[in-house]
Design a protein around this ligand. Structure first.
Ligand SMILES: *Cc1c(COP(=O)(O)O)cnc(C)c1O
Length: 383
């Protein structure tokens, strides 16, 4: 059933998964349609508009409608991992074209861009996202196909001004793609700030329960580039499966409330650790002392999120000792779930990592914040 009230707020749309009530049964939750193939009618046309599940299927399509609505986009595509979405987007870049991206960003995405530049004749510039003007200098008018940004930048949480990046990209004839995994649409709506395509690893906040891997692309305009991305997904089989699409649809219903709680918890932890003798620095865009705080306030309207890093007093070994001394924070990678995680980032990022060796990344969940703070305080005793 289509959305009845255009004026509902995004949190209402999320809570009711667009009010997609099944007209045949009255079910208030969409069902799972696992069919791999779809029958044709007497005129040999597909009976329900579907052909084959790798192209599109009803459950994944329902999830995509919610994704498009939350980000205010013209269309959305769901993928079986965030990286499948990233790869499908960059598959549209031709030899001789150029890509610009921040020097600190999600390492898997950067590994893929490096691979393109080494094997496909595509030029790549990795700019210093902390230096004023570096983003603009990285662009090559007429040559740059995609300016790719991530904000806040993982795992230092530098903030990039989306509106300004969009203007720079468009002036150079490029599109702006934003990895908004850490700032989901309950806080940042990149398309409204001028981005052409927004990406989420839906494995993280959108799913929210660490029980699926998924990716999403949402476009401002369903143009020729978008058709090409759709074609790439169709041909490579990157579509999200009906079961995982259904889990994602369920997860998104509580997105706003989970994100709000995680943001409150992270802010309390940031304040509690800011003056801790064994913590050299807390990196969190919600702190007034953070260099990106003013821009974050402007483009993260629904909270600064649950992602932060702490630089401990000491070296990589000291940081790893803290990460293994927590009892509540789980030492594991990933982010955006209801449970809190801690990670020594340098150990997982591989040879290109320029992340400080004493950095611990926290993905703050929705537990009682007093338990979380007590756990970090006892773990810091390990230094
Ligand atoms: C996890 C992550 C990705 C990759 O997504 P997967 O779902 O793991 O494939 C990309 N960008 C960011 C910021 C991420 O955290």
């Amino acid at each position: 059933m289509a959305r009845k009230h255009e004026n509902w707020s995004r949190s209402t749309l999320a809570a009711q998964a667009l009010h997609l009530i099944d007209e045949a049964t009255g079910a208030v939750v969409p069902g799972i349609e696992p069919a791999s193939t779809f029958a044709r009618g007497p005129d040999y046309e597909p009976m329900g508009g579907f052909n084959y599940a790798r192209y599109a299927n009803p459950t994944t399509q329902a999830t995509e409608k919610v994704l498009a609505a939350l980000d205010g986009g013209a269309d959305a595509l769901a993928f079986n991992a965030g990286m499948a979405a990233v790869v499908s987007l960059f598959e549209t870049v031709r030899a001789g074209q150029h890509i610009a991206a921040p020097q600190i960003m999600y390492h898997g995405g950067q590994d893929w861009l490096r691979r393109l530049s080494e094997t496909r004749g595509i030029a790549l510039t990795l700019f210093d996202q902390t230096r004023e003007g570096a983003l603009e200098e990285a662009l090559r008018p007429g040559e740059t196909a995609i300016l790719w940004i991530e904000t806040p930048v993982n795992p230092t949480w530098d903030v990039i001004d989306i509106e300004r990046a969009a203007k720079a990209a468009h002036d150079a004839g490029a599109i702006l793609g934003v990895d908004s995994t850490v700032a989901p649409p309950c806080t940042t709506r990149s398309l409204e700030l001028g981005a052409d395509i927004v990406f989420h690893s839906a494995t993280k906040y959108l799913g929210g329960h660490s029980d699926l891997t998924a990716g999403a692309l949402i476009c401002a305009e369903a143009n020729a580039l978008w058709d090409e991305i759709k074609q790439v997904r169709k041909l490579t089989g990157g579509i999200l499966s009906p079961f995982d699409a259904w889990l994602l649809l369920r997860g998104m219903r509580t997105l706003f409330i989970r994100f709000e709680r995680a943001s409150d918890n992270a802010m309390a932890i940031a304040r509690a650790l800011a003056d801790h003798p064994r913590v050299a620095q807390v990196l969190y865009p919600g702190l007034e002392s953070h260099p990106g705080h003013e821009i974050a306030k402007k483009q993260m309207r629904g909270g600064f999120g649950g992602m932060m890093s702490i630089l401990v007093e000491g070296d990589a070994a000291a940081a790893r000792r803290v990460a293994t001394a927590t009892k509540l924070f789980i030492p594991a990678t990933s982010l955006g779930g209801v449970e809190s995680l801690i990670e020594h980032r340098k150990s997982v990022e591989g040879p290109h990592s320029i992340v400080p060796p004493n950095l611990l990344r926290l993905s703050v969940g929705i537990e009682d914040v007093r338990d979380l703070i007590a756990d970090l305080e006892q773990a810091l005793e390990a230094i």
